[in-house]
Design a protein around this ligand. Structure first.
Ligand code: 13P
Ligand code: SF4
Length: 306
């Protein structure tokens, strides 16, 4: 068990290493509370991608999963990007590779490929443009084709298809954390908290999205709740978001739909792994230059439209 004094020592160590490395630490909204509290910046995928282009640091320590650190590396060839825990990946991002994107493109030659940011650099390199859960509709609307191959998240793709006139061809990937939330569980949560508003992430299945008052990225949820006069919310995303929701809204209450809303990979990062990563300058995330340049086009196009 980690003692309080050990936590303080780890925080001091991380602060010292930050100075030594001229590093900035960024963390995703799903990270453990103590990791979020120690980071210089916490946000959703879009905010973190943007932030990484603006920081004044030699090293970016990314507390999240591999595709997020890889996006930082795509945008920052001159900075060193360290992933807070080397084995932290996103199972959905691993559901598609570059060869599969090319195969789908051959099957639908008139369509443009839009990839969710939860994808590898090689998949981004095969895509016309990238999007996040915060800007998917805007990005798809910006594409100069009427047909779009959307990879890899079928649920985000389905949600976007209900908000746009474009025809979406959906690759069958999914996030196990959001996809396993069932409408029956939502109905049960609504019965338990009849006054609560239901807000869900677009990675949830369509039958769950259909029951929600709002469909939002993680940081959009924070802004939505902050601006709302409602006092109680049922949250359809990973449980790590509750930390900021509760801190920023002490007068409001938050309920999860089920106890399965945990992303194992997001929880692999701890204060210990951050300190070790920085001390050993390990888990350096790099992207081969030929792939990086093509992937960067897709990410830059996204940053230009949103
Ligand atoms: P956000 O971009 O909404 O933070 O989502 C990232 C993610 O991995 C959702 O599962
Ligand atoms: Fe990937 Fe889902 Fe975890 Fe997000 S919550 S990192 S989409 S597995």
């Amino acid at each position: 068990m980690v003692e309080v004094s050990d936590v303080e020592k780890l925080k001091e160590k991380i602060a010292r290493l930050k100075e030594e490395l001229r590093a900035v630490i960024v963390a995703h909204n799903y990270q453990r509370p103590e990791v979020q509290d120690m980071a210089d910046f916490v946000g959703d995928s879009l905010e973190l991608a943007r932030k990484c282009t603006q920081v004044d640091a030699e090293v970016v320590v990314f507390c999240g999963v591999h595709f997020m650190a890889e996006t930082a590396a795509i945008l920052n060839p001159e900075r060193t990007v360290l992933l807070s825990e080397g084995s932290a990946g996103c199972p959905m991002a691993d559901m598609i590779n570059a060869a599969e994107v090319r195969e789908w493109q051959q099957r639908y030659p008139g369509a443009a490929v839009v990839c969710y940011v939860n994808s590898s650099a090689e998949v981004k390199a095969e895509s016309y443009i990238c999007c996040t859960s915060a800007n998917g509709v805007k990005v798809v609307d910006s594409v100069p084709r009427n047909e779009v191959i959307f990879v890899p998240d079928q649920n985000l793709g389905h949600y976007i298809s209900t908000q746009t006139k474009k025809r979406l061809i959906l690759y069958p990937g999914f996030c196990y954390v959001h996809h396993r939330i069932r409408p029956e569980q939502v109905e049960m949560a609504k019965r338990l908290h009849p006054d609560a508003q239901l807000i869900v992430h677009p990675e949830c299945r369509p039958e769950v999205v259909a029951l929600a008052e709002a469909v939002l990225s993680t940081s959009q949820m924070l802004r939505y709740v902050g601006a709302s006069s409602h006092k109680s919310f049922i949250i359809g995303t990973e449980e790590g978001l509750l930390h900021r929701l509760r801190e920023e809204n002490p007068d409001k209450s938050f309920h999860l739909i089920s106890n399965g809303q945990i992303c194992t990979d997001m929880k692999k990062t701890t204060l210990e792994t951050v300190a070790k990563t920085m001390e050993l300058r390990q888990n350096v995330v790099t992207v081969p230059e030929e792939i990086r340049l093509r992937a960067k086009q897709a990410v830059d196009r996204m940053l230009a439209v949103s």
